[in-house]
Ligand binder design. Structure first.
Ligand code: AKG
Ligand code: FE2
Length: 199
């Protein structure tokens, strides 16, 4: 697993270009368990249509985003607790190296059914600046190029497409990086989160 040994590189990427991609992030067995849990919870009907906006402004708009999500809570399973611990270690190293003052993180499973997408957006809410670094860990072992579903980062003068391959972690500065999920042809699983500082 590369997450522990790559924190320096992640921090350099984030400060130089605002985003970072890390493959073979965690133990393969943990990725398998997280994917299994995501599929199980989805089959049980535990995931809810994702909304856009916050609190009273929140609404479900399938033409903006078509995924379903389930927020992680401590104690849901051994696998999700291990993931939350790994993210907390990363949070501390982001604080030590980039002085970000990140206090917590929030994370959810996401399932994009076939033909769904998430239109171009930034992750920071209009009325709260607490979301500082966005993270997405992909959970799709059989992903093929023809499935589409790339994360497209819109950078200053170019676009960068990232396939949602199992055990790939993408991090980016929530307020700066415009991005979208291109239409997916296959069911697309991920764990998305935000490192937050005090609002
Ligand atoms: O799943 C992804 O690649 C990105 C998801 C995303 O942009 C979001 O949930 O805000
Ligand atoms: Fe996003």
């Amino acid at each position: 697993m590369n997450l522990l040994t790559s924190q320096q590189r992640i921090c350099t990427d984030l400060s130089n270009q605002g985003w970072s991609v890390l493959d073979n992030c965690l133990e393969p067995e943990l990725i398998r368990q997280l994917a299994q849990e995501c599929r199980n919870q989805h089959a049980l009907g535990s995931l809810q249509d994702a909304g856009i906006g916050r609190a009273e402004q929140r609404s479900v708009q399938k033409l903006v985003r078509g995924d379903q999500i389930l927020w992680l809570e401590t104690g849901m399973s051994a696998a999700t607790d291990m993931y939350l611990t790994a993210m907390d270690t990363l949070r501390q190293s982001l604080n030590e190296q980039l002085y970000l003052g990140l206090e917590s993180s929030e994370n959810h499973f996401a399932v994009y059914p076939p033909d769904s997408f998430y239109q171009k957006h930034v992750d920071r809410f209009r009325d709260s600046d607490s979301r500082t670094i966005s993270s997405v860990l992909y959970l799709n072992p059989e992903w093929q190029p023809e499935h589409g579903g790339e994360l497209r980062l819109h950078l200053n003068d170019q676009q960068f497409d990232i396939a949602p391959l199992a055990n790939r972690l993408v991090l980016f500065i929530s307020a700066d990086i415009w991005h979208e999920v291109l239409p997916t042809k296959a069911e697309r699983l991920s764990l998305t989160g935000w490192f937050k500082r005090r609002a």
